[in-house]
Ligand binder design. Structure first.
Ligand SMILES: NC(=O)c1ccc[n+]([C@@H]2O[C@H](COP(=O)([O-])OP(=O)(O)OC[C@H]3O[C@@H](n4cnc5c(N)ncnc54)[C@H](OP(=O)(O)O)[C@@H]3O)[C@@H](O)[C@H]2O)c1
Length: 256
């Protein structure tokens, strides 16, 4: 089937860029000559990364924007600052996330609320800000970093985390439908377990990918503007089918 070649997206905003997958995506796109707006709460980490990227690839523009994605007004302001710094935005990658959830009813309410607030409401704030900018410009690409855990409900420490990711995947599909006849594209990327500090919170990570391999797969899927991607494709694209179909009593034995 004919597939449209995705446009080159030069000016990319990444949230959660101070560590892990966000910093690794920034390194990959900087090496490719893209201009970047880096967002997270820790300004010092963003500034260190900016200096590294500009030294790596002189000539690119890299701006930094300290922001908590849980604060809607702050997200709006940071994205507007990024438009000024880069002269516009072609792509937003909503990547900031936490894994702080636990079994409900067992004094984990604060972590559960933080996980829902950051991973779902935070993405909602980022989608509002990005789509306001893209609708004005008439084009753009909004990519959200979901998770394989979005495919099924999960127990214990994964419970609210998985639910928050299911929410953002559903949101992304709804946005794709809403924007169907426009030049605004939406992608939901579903990584399996990746070796970052966030994965330390997962009780039994299986088939964990190292950061360089996962980053190549994620950046590739985003650059292809895949509507929905399971990454790295091996084994996660293949596993996405039984993950959805297995009875819960069997699924929970290895998924938690
Ligand atoms: N690692 C995995 O196994 C895995 C698998 C599937 C999906 N994912 C998803 O991939 C994304 C990146 O995760 P990672 O593994 O790279 O984790 P990480 O190394 O812990 O990085 C998380 C990033 O999110 C930022 N962040 C957290 N809360 C924030 C907030 N309220 N406002 C702004 N920024 C915030 C952090 O920066 P500051 O602390 O400086 O704010 C940091 O840059 C997350 O959405 C995660 O759910 C990860």
């Amino acid at each position: 089937m004919f597939r449209r070649q995705p446009p080159h997206r030069q000016r990319i905003l990444i949230t959660g860029a101070s560590a892990g997958l966000g910093a690794a995506m920034a390194r990959a796109w900087a090496a490719d000559g893209r201009d970047l707006a880096l967002c997270a709460r820790r300004l010092g980490e963003l500034e260190r990364l900016r200096d590294e990227l500009v030294a790596l690839r002189p000539g690119i523009t890299v701006s930094v924007h300290p922001v908590d994605v849980g604060d809607h007004a702050a997200v709006d302001a940071a994205f507007d600052d990024a438009v000024l710094a880069l002269g516009g935005l072609d792509r937003v990658v909503a990547n900031a996330g936490v894994a702080a959830s636990g079994s409900l009813g067992l004094d984990e309410a604060a972590g559960n609320r933080l996980t829902a607030q950051t991973n779902f409401v935070g993405v909602l704030h980022q989608a509002e800000a990005a789509l306001r900018i893209f609708r004005l410009a008439g084009a753009g690409h909004f990519a959200v970093i979901s998770s394989m855990s979005a495919l099924r409900g999960m127990a214990g420490a994964m419970s609210v985390y998985a639910a928050s990711k299911a929410g953002v995947s559903a949101l992304a599909e709804g946005l794709r439908s809403d924007l169907w006849d426009t030049d605004i594209r939406v992608s939901a990327i579903h990584p399996g377990y990746v070796d970052t500090s966030l994965a330390d919170a997962f009780p039994q990570p299986i088939l964990i990918s190292n950061l360089p391999r996962a980053t190549r797969a994620i950046v590739g899927a985003i650059d292809r503007e895949a509507p929905r991607a399971y990454v790295p494709a091996w084994p996660w694209a293949a596993l996405s089918v039984p993950m959805r179909l297995l009875p819960l009593g069997i699924y929970r034995r290895f998924a938690g």
